[in-house]
Design a protein around this ligand. Sequence first.
Ligand SMILES: Nc1ccn([C@H]2C[C@H](O)[C@@H](COP(=O)(O)OP(=O)(O)OP(=O)(O)O)O2)c(=O)n1
Length: 148
Amino acid sequence: MGEVAEKESVTLEDLKKKMADFAKERNWDQFHSPRNLLLALVGEVGELSEIFQWKGEVPKGCPDWEEEEKVHLGEELSDVLLYLVRLSDMCGVDLGKAALRKIELNAIKYPVQASKGSSNKYNNSKNKNKEMQMTLTEGSNISTTESA
Ligand SMILES: Nc1ccn([C@H]2C[C@H](O)[C@@H](COP(=O)(O)OP(=O)(O)OP(=O)(O)O)O2)c(=O)n1
């Protein structure tokens, strides 16, 4: 186990560095192209889906699952995360920053007063009056206009 695995909290930056070291030590940078990583990521999403396949609805917390199954779930979730982190790195995207910005955008698209208790898509006709038309300007500036 490396020092990161023993830390209480792990950052995306830690995972990015770990994956970079892992690939470099094995001379695998040559295989970690954006397209290869995307395909690997999708494959792992498939493996994650297999765990849930045919189970029907699963209660939050997966209370009835065997410990072994939970460990397996953690492994597949990790594979997805690790390939996503590596893909972002190989595409020159700061995933943490991009995700924080996306959360801001989501909050603009789904204002609390219009969305509370409703899972309707933001452009659903029921929400038309409150629909936010978003204009993304260069960089991280976000401007919004509300339609009549
Ligand atoms: N070229 C590769 C191959 C593997 N990995 C890393 C990232 C994933 O976390 C994990 C994936 O390994 P496997 O392809 O062996 O897939 P699984 O761990 O899911 O094993 P299996 O396919 O036997 O279920 O290893 C990687 O970074 N680059």
